[in-house]
Design a protein around this ligand. Structure first.
Ligand code: ZN
Length: 159
């Protein structure tokens, strides 16, 4: 069957950046399962998978707007070092859940000075052009329960 709304699609994928460096891959792991039409995956990829069938292979170039969005500089913030009281050692690359007015936000520490810590709430892949090499492993109809939950009930993310 062809990929369309209310299908559970299983894909293997390799994601590379502009330079060809591998950022993520399902190789050697279970394929990624998603519910088509439910925004489980980024729009640029979902769009290209529509109409494909088991065994199809495709290369998709996804622009930031169809991927993880453009980088937003207002998501980069300098906060006082005292906001991290209780954390012994803060270094660039560390990740935290920050409590913001809009709810919890995942941030990465990008710079640390004596008095301040700079955190970045952008998705690590924001602003990047992404290249996906995808193979369609399986397409099946979603169950009613899966459609009502908005996600597949197989694989490690099932709940
Ligand atoms: Zn569920």
């Amino acid at each position: 069957m062809q990929v369309s709304e209310k299908c559970i699609v299983s894909i293997h994928y390799t994601l590379t950046d502009k330079e060809g460096d591998v950022l993520d891959s399902s190789e050697g792991k279970e394929p990624l399962h998603y519910l088509h039409g439910a925004s489980n995956i980024i729009p640029g990829l979902e769009k290209e998978l529509a109409g494909k069938s088991t065994g199809d292979q495709l290369n998709v170039v996804v622009s930031p707007t169809d991927g993880y969005g453009e980088r937003q500089e207002q998501l980069v913030q300098e906060v006082p070092r005292t906001a991290f009281d209780g954390v012994d050692h803060i270094a660039p690359g560390m990740q935290f859940e920050a409590q913001t007015e809009g709810g919890p936000m995942h941030v990465v520490v990008t710079e640390v000075t004596e008095d301040t810590v700079t955190v970045d709430g952008n998705h690590p892949l924001a602003g990047q052009e992404l290249n996906f090499e995808v193979s369609v492993e399986q397409v099946r109809e979603a169950t009613e329960e899966e459609v009502s939950h908005g996600h597949p009930h197989e694989g490690s993310s099932a709940h």
